[in-house]
Ligand binder design. Structure first.
Ligand SMILES: [Zn+2]
Length: 279
């Protein structure tokens, strides 16, 4: 399997380095780190979708006013997963599967650009996104982004554990090297995506953490802006902290065999993109 690291969205909240730890000016730079996996027999698999073309052309219909303002979501069609994939020489119809860490607006926006793809995620995430019980749930979960998707494949944890974590080890129609790993807290049905490669495992941690140094083995830390944002967005902060602690233990113990990254850290994406010779 060949894996491409793609940035499929850009958010530039006011706060600069207080958010991302490196920007010199007023605005921070947060990315939407997605993966495009070329499989041998199952076509292209997209992990998360960032923002889609409809989000760019009709933001008021698709995205909440609060998050458009607070996150300062950038409208750049060239960043959408569909444009990225076409720039690599593929067609959108080559994408047969999409795996979602969760259904937040900055992860699910591209679904409508791949109407024929089967969408894999945890059942718990489908349920909470459809219920939209609270103000925050209504702002973050945007049915216009996903209500047209017909090919849902929802999962409960099942199969063997992955390094002691619950896991979904048999995703329908996908190679056995790709697993869903529930990482609850940010949302109830939030999951990471683990991929086995000859050189070891890769874990896309989604929004289980937001800042590269949060998983540092010696001195974990996070910027104040992202600490606040994670607290604000979590459906259960106690569970989120427990999940992060489990992940730190995992990475401390197995850092030689697992590479990992989260969705929104621009420095991480740059480092992984440098390893992707097709970028
Ligand atoms: Zn996110």
């Amino acid at each position: 399997m060949k894996i491409h690291h793609l940035n499929c969205g850009c958010m530039c909240p006011i706060g600069g380095a207080l958010f991302d730890g490196f920007s010199k000016g007023v605005f921070a730079h947060l990315v939407c780190h997605c993966l495009l996996i070329e499989t041998d027999r199952d076509g292209l698999v997209l992990v998360d979708t960032g923002f889609g073309r409809e989000d760019i052309s009709h933001p008021a219909k698709r995205l909440s006013g609060f998050f458009r303002l607070f996150n300062n979501i950038q409208r750049r069609e060239a960043l959408t997963a569909r444009s990225r994939i076409e720039a690599l020489g593929f067609s959108s119809t080559d994408v047969r599967h999409i795996i979602l860490t969760h259904l937040d607006f900055d992860h699910a926006g591209g679904l409508t650009d791949f109407p024929g793809a089967q969408v894999h995620l945890l059942n718990a995430e489908i349920d909470t996104a459809q219920q939209r019980h609270s103000w925050l749930a209504r702002e973050r979960y945007r049915p216009a982004q996903w209500s047209g998707s017909s090919g849902w494949a929802g999962y409960h944890s099942q199969g063997e554990k992955w390094y002691g974590f619950d896991a979904v080890t048999a995703l329908r129609g996908l190679p056995p090297e790709i697993l869903l790993v529930p990482l609850p807290g940010h949302t109830q049905g939030h999951a990471g995506v683990a991929i086995s490669q000859p050189q070891g495992w890769m874990l896309h941690g989604g929004d289980a953490w937001f800042y590269r140094d949060e998983m540092d083995r010696q001195k974990p830390q996070c910027t104040p802006g992202l600490r606040f944002y994670q607290w604000m967005m979590a459906t259960d902060n106690g569970t989120r902290h427990r999940t992060q602690e489990q992940l730190r233990t995992l990475f401390r113990r197995y850092h030689h065999e697992i590479t990992f990254f989260c969705s929104h850290d621009a420095k991480e994406l740059t480092a992984f993109s440098a390893l992707d010779t097709t970028q």
